[in-house]
Design a protein around this ligand. Structure first.
Ligand SMILES: NC(=O)c1ccc[n+]([C@@H]2O[C@H](COP(=O)([O-])OP(=O)(O)OC[C@H]3O[C@@H](n4cnc5c(N)ncnc54)[C@H](O)[C@@H]3O)[C@@H](O)[C@H]2O)c1
Length: 376
């Protein structure tokens, strides 16, 4: 059986993926690299030993490395992705793919020239909630999808510098991706408003005045969806939510990120009654792990990985953060490279998810004017 050698670069949040690659049966060698050597060392200890690279360039020059997974700061994503692809290796990169349309185009071009795989590692497309709704859709339980909604509320005060004042929709991928995945289409147009005010020091870096942005997206197949994203000075409990309204059933995320969702069924009206009856159940989500190799099953349960305390994370069985998605992402990336096929979230889907957010912020800066989302 063919195995591939992987380099994992950026080991803050990225550290959560180290034990998954280490235990994946199709991964030969795992090489770790973080710009901070203490972080590389700590992560290698956390997974019981691993090779550590001296630099990003050393990874690019290493002919034994087949694929690189980038989990580095957002401003580095585009340049590093292009560098990986140009070095002749497959590339997975955490979200967002880039922060400008030109950078998305550069990545699409580098992918095509290299013939290697690009995958955007969007966690919300592999959560157990998303798997559940996909099944509802497949089984026809939703009926016709009438409307979609996505949310991502998170306060980023005191995160690293590059986050400060980031336009909310530049990192709108978690709110946007499930809508695109469920629509069976692509986002082609957006109207977005920014709202609120925030401290001057937050406005300076990106020239973005808004702590929160709300966008209405149009899909090529005519569907519409709304996404709201807050990053600063907005008092709302953390949530990366997905809401789907069908003609027969709907799925609505719980109030907190980990709360069980509300599933509503609409019954046809009784003779003579005004309006159909609805029945809503708070529904516990089953786990989805059958498609994974047995070695990875345990990464679909357990808490979030804490990059500041990997050993404690290990004891808690963490590595399963973001609702069980990490192991699925790793498996899809690794298998797509081995099977020499496109990964599920390739440069076109990743490009649409990311560009929809970039165009949404552009619309917000034009006070809600419609912006066409280009096709890549
Ligand atoms: N659900 C998700 O998909 C999700 C969740 C969290 C973070 N992210 C993404 O993951 C990325 C990292 O997030 P984070 O919270 O760990 O960020 P962070 O800035 O806290 O940490 C990034 C790590 O990368 C290292 N680094 C910086 N420059 C580097 C370089 N040139 N080469 C190698 N390593 C370098 C840093 O030392 C640090 O350990 C971000 O792009 C973020 O958008 C995605």
């Amino acid at each position: 059986m063919k195995k591939i050698n992987i380099a994992l670069v950026g080991l803050g949040f990225g550290g959560a993926f180290a034990p998954i690659y280490k235990e994946h049966p199709d991964v030969g060698k795992l090489i770790l690299y973080d710009a901070d050597p203490n972080v590389s060392k700590r992560t290698a200890e956390y997974i019981g030993g691993s090779d550590i690279a001296d630099s990003f360039e050393a990874i690019l020059d290493d002919k034994s490395v087949d694929a690189v997974h980038l989990v580095t700061p957002i401003p580095l994503h585009a340049d590093q992705t292009v560098a990986v692809l140009e070095s002749g290796k497959h590339c997975a990169c955490t979200v967002p793919m880039a922060t400008s349309l030109d950078d998305i185009r550069r990545i699409v071009k580098a992918r095509r020239m290299s013939g290697k795989n690009y995958m955007m590692m969007e966690t919300t497309l592999y959560t157990y909630q998303y798997f559940y709704v996909k099944n509802m859709l497949k089984e026809g339980k939703l009926g016709r999808i009438q409307f979609l909604r996505g949310t991502h509320y998170q306060d980023m005060a005191q995160w690293p510098d590059y986050w400060m004042g980031l336009p909310p929709m530049w990192y709108g991928t978690h709110a946007i991706a499930p809508m695109i995945g469920l629509s069976g289409s692509r986002i082609c147009r957006v109207n977005c408003f920014g709202s609120g005010t925030m401290a001057d020091r937050l406005v300076q870096r990106y020239g973005n005045p808004y702590p929160i942005e709300s966008a209405l997206f149009e899909f090529e197949n005519g569907l519409k969806g709304e996404a709201t994203r807050s990053l600063f000075e907005t008092a709302r409990m953390y949530q990366e939510g997905m809401f789907v309204y069908g003609s027969e059933m709907s799925f609505e995320w719980g109030f907190g990120d980990g709360d069980d969702p509300y599933i509503t069924k609409l019954y046809p009206p009784e003779p003579g009654a005004r309006g159909g009856r609805t029945e809503t159940k708070v529904t516990q989500m089953p786990n989805f792990y059958n498609d994974l190799p047995k070695e990875l099953w345990h990464f679909t349960v357990g808490g979030n990985y804490d990059p500041l305390n990997p050993q404690e994370s290990l004891k808690r069985g963490a590595g399963a953060g973001h609702h069980g998605s990490h192991a699925h992402l790793v498996h899809e990336f690794v298998r797509s490279c081995i099977e020499e096929r496109k990964p599920a979230i390739d440069e076109h889907l990743g490009g649409n998810i990311t560009a929809a957010g970039i165009c949404a912020h552009e619309s917000a800066m034009k006070n809600g004017e419609a912006v066409i989302v280009p096709k890549f």
